[in-house]
Design a protein around this ligand. Structure first.
Ligand code: NAP
Ligand code: ZN
Ligand code: ZN
Length: 342
């Protein structure tokens, strides 16, 4: 059928299946994108398992989306048909809630969330809000650009907004989709960079990505390693274990910050003593705005930062997702459509 397109939807918790959908026209303020590539982020698990608050099934996951605009809705003037654009997780703010009115749209209380409130990028076609788009530079392929729209922006924004100075000791905990980009950003932003991963097999990869030091938290006391280096000014916690995060607070220097970007299911256990004595802090950071995405893409081009990816055809989304969940991806699975492969 001419107006049909392929999508991969979560039809019931835990079930990802390829379906045919009927094309629809973009509404006012929206565009229709012919998807070329979409990264598989660990946050997609909240859609696949059905636990994301407010989610209803069926839903198409995917919020690291790159493609070309093929139709414009009413009132869209900034974007052109054929232009290559990206869409991330927070894909439209309501503009009226208190955070929005204070200019903090990423913390909108009623956001459009790709793959949660609206169908995402595990598909050949996606409808997106024009205000959520980021322009994608020609230097990046679609498959390279896709992971930068969530894993990239999340780690880049968290690091660049942390009030750090060149030469500061910065650790990145969890070397997966987010972490392997976090290591590259930390290095290229000028920090003394420590990668905290599990297992010796990631040591060479982490050093190739720019880590000055690698510590294997499965066999070493990562906190002691950081303390031995004088204590970290910041630790970017990207892992999916709350236990692993809490144990790192004691390795921060005075005034050091534990920046939580991973969203583990288990609680983070904290001891007040190192927080109070030394004025250490812990806070979270959520992805960023479309213009932050453009900054992330531009910085990646400037510093020659690229995600390390494994591509699979869209139709094999379930296999790609499973590989990510098993911790086998090196380091980001990216779904590629027939338009992306062409
Ligand atoms: N804040 C945001 O805006 C934002 C944006 C995107 C994603 N996220 C969240 O960030 C987290 C990471 O996402 P991702 O896509 O990078 O996932 P990923 O590619 O699956 O990587 C997760 C990493 O967590 C580490 N890990 C897993 N179990 C661990 C354990 N028991 N102890 C210590 N480390 C463990 C592993 O690294 P090692 O093997 O090196 O230990 C793994 O590679 C997820 O919770 C996701 O929901 C948040
Ligand atoms: Zn994500
Ligand atoms: Zn709002």
């Amino acid at each position: 059928m001419k107006n049909a397109y392929k999508a991969v939807e979560v039809s019931a918790p835990g079930v990802l299946r390829v379906v045919e959908r009927q094309m629809s026209d973009p509404g006012p303020g929206q565009v229709r994108i012919r998807v070329e590539a979409c990264g598989v982020c660990h946050t997609d698990a909240a859609t696949v398992t059905g636990i994301y608050p407010g989610l209803t099934l069926p839903r198409v996951p995917g919020h690291e989306v790159v493609g070309r605009i093929e139709a414009l809705g009413g009132g869209v003037s900034k974007w052109k048909i054929g232009q290559r654009v990206g869409v991330g997780l927070i894909a439209g703010e309501d503009g009226v809630c208190e955070p929005c009115r204070r200019g903090d749209s990423v913390n909108c209380q009623n956001p459009v969330v790709s793959g949660v409130t609206t169908d995402g990028g595990y598909a050949e076609v996606m409808i997106a809000e024009a205000r959520a788009l980021a322009s994608v530079p020609d230097e990046l392929t679609s498959a390279e650009a896709a992971p930068l729209l969530c894993a990239g922006i999340t780690t880049y924004n968290a690091l660049r907004n942390a009030g750090l100075r060149g030469g500061d000791l910065v650790a990145v905990q969890g070397i997966g989709g987010l972490g392997h980009l976090g290591v590259q950003f930390a290095r290229h932003l000028g920090f003394r960079t420590v990668a905290i991963g599990r297992g010796r097999d990631k040591e060479k990869l982490a050093k190739d990505l720019g880590a000055h030091v690698y510590t294997d938290s499965a066999t070493e006391d990562a906190a002691a390693v950081l303390q031995g280096m004088g204590g970290a000014r910041a630790i970017l916690a990207t892992g999916t274990s709350g236990d692993a995060m809490g144990s790192l607070v004691s390795s921060l220097a005075a005034r050091g910050k534990l920046i939580v970007v991973g969203v583990p299911q288990d609680p983070i256990q904290l001891n007040a003593f190192p927080l109070v004595f030394g004025g250490r802090s812990i806070y979270g950071s959520l992805t960023g705005t479309p213009i932050d995405s453009e900054d992330t893409l531009a910085f990646s081009v400037l510093e020659n930062i690229r995600p390390m990816i494994e591509t699979v055809p869209l139709e094999q989304a379930a296999e790609g997702y499973a590989r990510m969940m098993e911790g086998k991806a090196r380091f980001r699975m990216v779904l590629v459509t027939k338009d992306g492969a062409a």
